[in-house]
Design a protein around this ligand. Structure first.
Ligand code: SAM
Ligand code: SF4
Length: 463
């Protein structure tokens, strides 16, 4: 039997990249590649990159320096080849430049081409000369059609990409340029993949898309499914207990989706719904296509439909032209709506996007002051929500061992990590009812309430 080849994949950025990395591993498994957790000695290294902010892109170049040393060591030592590949959004946006700047990179491929990896690997491995490969074609349809029909196990909580690309063209964002036009996978394909994941032990599914609630996939019997309809279909799958979706755009929250939050028990009462900013002038310059008042209205309708629902959000501070008053509007909307988690960023000009050429760029010092104030407020809201959980009972999906002996860690409906002690490891994969006894800024502690309220799957393990 031939030795498996070692594959090291490093993932940067969003959950979509996490999903893509998993699928790359599925594509390469039939070629004998098995994942390892270090680049040292690997036969192939893939950096699956993110281009959303300058820092994310720069990190790739510094990591390539480290990979170069491993490649030189491997190739000097007996001459075995290490294929170094850069994938994802940096590859898509800066492919040719990257090849020039990093002569040791063998392969550069964009997010829509990794179904062609076997062919690229064969070309890179050809003995004569050195074949450098660059593939940054677009259509997402083709990729999903050609990926393996079988997905591998992804654990108790898994990602499933249902939509890719974006047609919104927010003026700060590279996604429409790196991921291409919006594309929704047919409903039947999504259901098939969800069933496979559940058969492998998945109990919680997070549907992914750059703009996931713009989903409009072909329905099995003709016509189209919206995200609301797809959620209803997925909720019928036995063994699938929790459903989430991310990332949503406020503009695409429709009545159907709001009623899904009212009706579907398996749909978790937690929604990531980026607002980005509170000032209407800024929202307009961002081309967000919603106002401050629109966002407030959507949040209210969602909370009316599902009173337990809590929101998280993304924020950008220091967008070109953002005045003190605009920033205060951001602080106000945060105070009024309250977010239980959030990501906040200083605006980072991205080459080729309209905002990078706008006048009135905000000085770095002002961006820093604003983000610090915003993050203090967001951290207070997160801690207040966590503290408010103390004394309540929550269903927690136990996912992994904790740091301490005898401790397990799970996830609450609101994505808070919850620690619990005294349960056997066979409880991993089960959903247990815990009483929350402790709140920290980023996690909770709990204890088992009553064994009769827990599900019957404590012996269940991932296949
Ligand atoms: N599709 C999502 C939406 O509509 O909000 C966002 C996708 S993006 C991968 C994740 C977040 O990165 C954005 O919500 C935004 O807050 C942030 N982001 C995107 N471009 C940025 C930029 N140029 N500077 C700073 N933050 C940025
Ligand atoms: Fe980027 Fe999201 Fe705007 Fe699309 S909707 S352009 S992904 S921020």
């Amino acid at each position: 039997m031939t030795e498996p080849k070692k594959l090291f994949v490093k993932t940067y950025g969003c959950q979509m990249n996490v999903y893509d990395s998993q699928r790359m591993q599925d594509v390469l498994a039939p070629l004998g590649y098995q994942s390892v957790d270090s680049a040292e000695g690997a036969d192939m290294v893939i950096l699956n990159t993110c281009h959303i902010r300058e820092k994310a892109a720069e990190k790739v170049f510094s990591d390539l320096g480290r990979v170069r040393k491993h490649k030189e060591a491997k190739e000097a030592n007996g001459g075995e080849k290490m294929i170094v590949a850069v994938a994802g959004c940096v590859a898509q946006a800066e492919g040719a430049e990257l090849m020039k700047r990093e002569p040791m990179v063998d392969m550069v491929f964009g997010p829509q081409t990794y179904h062609r990896l076997p062919e690229m690997v064969a070309r890179a491995n050809r003995a004569i000369g050195r074949n450098r490969i660059i593939d940054t074609d677009f259509p997402a349809e083709e990729k999903f059609d050609h990926l393996p029909q079988q997905v591998s196990s992804q654990g108790y909580s898994a990602f499933l990409a249902i939509q890719e690309g974006c047609d919104k063209f927010c003026t700060f964002c590279v996604v429409p340029y790196t991921r291409g036009a919006e594309y929704s996978r047919p409903g039947a394909d999504v259901i098939r993949e969800a069933r496979q994941l559940v058969a492998h032990g998945t109990r919680e599914l997070t549907l992914l898309g750059q703009n996931v609630n713009a989903y409009h996939g072909e329905a099995p019997n003709g016509g189209e499914w919206t995200l609301g309809r797809l959620l209803r279909e997925l909720a019928e799958i036995d063994g699938l207990d929790r459903i989430r979706y991310t990332t949503s755009h406020p503009r695409d929250v429709d009545d159907d989706l709001i009623s899904a939050h009212r009706d579907i028990k398996k749909l978790m009462p937690f929604l990531h719904l980026p607002v980005q900013a509170g000032g209407d002038r800024v929202l307009q310059a961002m081309n967000r296509k919603h106002t401050n008042a629109d966002y407030r209205e959507i949040a209210k309708r969602l909370k009316d439909a599902c009173p337990d629902l809590a929101l998280s959000s993304d924020f950008i501070v220091g967008f070109p032209g953002e005045s003190d008053k605009d920033f205060e509007d951001t602080m106000d909307i945060v105070r009024d709506i309250t977010f239980i988690q959030a990501f906040s960023f200083k605006y980072s000009p991205r080459p080729g996007t309209p905002a990078s050429a706008m006048e009135m760029q905000v000085p770095e010092k002002v961006k820093t002051e604003r983000i610090m104030r915003l993050q203090v407020l967001l951290a207070e809201q997160q801690l207040a929500f966590n503290r408010n959980s103390v004394g309540k009972e929550m269903d927690v999906l136990l996912e992994r061992r904790g740091k301490y002996e005898g401790q397990l860690v799970g996830k609450s409906p609101y994505m808070q990590p919850v620690h619990v002690s005294g349960l056997p490891e066979t409880a991993l994969g089960s959903i247990v009812r815990l009483k929350i006894t402790e709140a920290l800024p980023n996690s909770l502690g709990g204890e088992l309430v009553d064994a009769t309220k827990n599900d019957q799957k404590s012996e269940r393990n991932v296949a």
